[in-house]
Design a binder for this molecule. Structure first.
Ligand code: ZN
Length: 84
């Protein structure tokens, strides 16, 4: 992990503002879902990537056991399962 040189505090209700240049660099908008993780004493912010684990599609995504799978791949799995 690399220190960015930026030190900020939360406001009175716990909000933390991500610098605009970071939002632009990582193409994060107000519509971008973000996940927070704890790692030791650190808090990590990560874009919530909702792409299919098999084909990387981002359309018609469902979650199963915390994994993202598209409808197309689910149907392919169903077809395989019927031949077994
Ligand atoms: Zn897929």
């Amino acid at each position: 992990m690399k220190f960015t040189g930026i030190i900020k505090s939360t406001d009175q209700i716990g909000r933390f503002k991500i610098p605009k240049e970071y939002l632009e660099t990582y193409n994060i908008t107000s519509e971008t879902p973000l996940k927070l993780f704890r790692r030791g004493k650190s808090i990590i912010i990560q874009r919530d990537i909702c792409n299919c684990i098999f084909c990387n599609s981002s359309e018609n995504i469902l979650t199963f056991k915390d994994k993202y799978i598209c409808h197309h791949c689910i149907n392919k799995i169903k077809d395989k399962a019927t031949f077994m």
